[in-house]
Design a protein around this ligand. Structure first.
Ligand code: GLY
Length: 373
């Protein structure tokens, strides 16, 4: 039966129709047009370069594993979490998972986040101790709770309750030895005030990078891995042991939605590795997804975010001799059309897997050379 419209209903209906028509022709004030998800997308997985380095027992890398699972029909986030777990469990990784470099007290505290585009759910953990692979815990936060972020002991108790094994004093022997060396170089008795000491902590770490004692890429650790499947379903995950020798309790950008990771299921995904503080200050992953929503290619969207980070970096201690940021920061992103990019403050590499197989590619860089030049 057709319902008769009274005058008020008529005005409401026609006004709504008018607004819809106007929205179709031009964006409403304050909103940008959404990237439409095409019917069929070339599946793709993009990640930081460690996503094509660590291998599982069968010799498969993170991006290859995620691509295979997702193209065989697995949920995209399940595929990504399985992929990054290869990196998290690799004992030779010093920037991701249980074997990551510890905090200033020699304790490994891990951060991770994930976002599920189609389900519009997200989860994260920060400063979690005693677990090997925190991305799965972040996924459980998304799936099993009403919350988005659990920290410290609460995150650990939650993981235990979810059946994740908790291991006391979990630290890799190589990471412990590197921490001891850092400790030796930064004996706090030699420093008179906390500011000088904080600077010395940072300088000692960077010096160890320059001397080749620590892999520079692992000083801020991290893997970010994002994917879109053939149906245009997009997910992302970021997982890290965070900044080496951090003050206990420090959480970086990885577990913060909008900073170390952001996914909009209709638009795209972006995530980061590198100096988390620079990213937290600028919420770059959110910026990148919003730029893509406005139609920017992933590469241009990420470049916009990097330029903003560079512009907002004004403290002398964070600048090199050329007045440019003296740290690395990289973004990995893809859109709903399956276009992707790896973009970095300074030249580096990133991982990708498409129908052509896994590859390691050069990032597009904002600056030539190295951060410490
Ligand atoms: N981007 C990782 C961190 O700063 O913790």
């Amino acid at each position: 039966m057709t319902k008769k419209l009274n005058r008020r209903d008529f005005v409401r209906t026609t006004t709504a129709a008018g607004i819809a028509a106007a929205a179709a022709s031009k964006p409403l004030f304050g909103q940008a047009p959404t990237v439409m998800t095409p019917k069929s997308v070339k599946p793709c997985v993009v990640a930081s370069s460690n996503g094509n380095r660590s291998k599982d027992a069968d010799g498969v890398t993170c991006v290859a594993k995620a691509f295979k699972m997702m193209t065989e029909g697995a949920d995209v986030l399940d595929a990504l979490v399985a992929g990054v777990s290869i990196v998290e469990l690799d004992p030779n990784q010093t920037g991701v998972g249980w074997s990551g470099l510890p905090n200033a007290d020699g304790v490994v505290q891990l951060d991770a986040s994930c976002m599920h585009g189609p389900k519009k759910r997200a989860g994260a953990v920060a400063g979690i101790e005693g677990v090997r692979a925190p991305a799965r815990v972040a996924q459980l936060v998304a799936e099993e709770t009403d919350h988005h972020l659990l920290v410290g002991k609460g995150a650990q108790d939650f993981a235990r309750g979810m059946g994740i094994k908790i291991e006391e004093g979990l630290i890799n022997e190589t990471a412990r030895k590197q921490w001891l060396e850092w400790k030796r170089r930064t004996d706090p008795l030699h420093y008179l005030d906390p500011k000088t000491r904080a600077q010395a902590w940072y300088d000692a770490g960077m010096q160890m990078v320059r001397e080749g004692l620590i892999d520079g890429e692992h000083y801020w650790g991290t893997i970010n891995c994002d994917a879109v499947n053939a149906k245009g379903e997009i997910c992302g995950v970021t997982t890290t042991s965070g900044l080496a020798w951090k003050i206990p309790g420090r959480a970086g950008d990885s577990p913060i939605l909008g900073a170390g990771l952001y996914v909009d299921g209709d638009v795209g995904a972006a995530g980061s590795t590198g100096r988390g503080e620079a990213n937290l200050y600028n919420l770059s992953s959110f910026v990148i997804v919003e730029e893509m929503r406005r139609g920017a290619h992933p590469k241009d969207a990420a470049m916009t975010a990097l330029k903003r980070v560079a512009k907002n970096t004004i403290e002398k201690r964070l600048l090199n001799s050329k007045g440019q940021p003296n740290f690395g920061l990289s973004f990995y992103c893809l859109n709903a059309k399956g276009e992707y990019a790896g973009v970095a403050m300074y030249e580096s590499t990133y991982a990708v897997c498409t129908e052509n197989g896994p590859q390691t590619l050069q990032t597009d860089a904002l600056y030539a050379g190295r951060p410490t030049d």
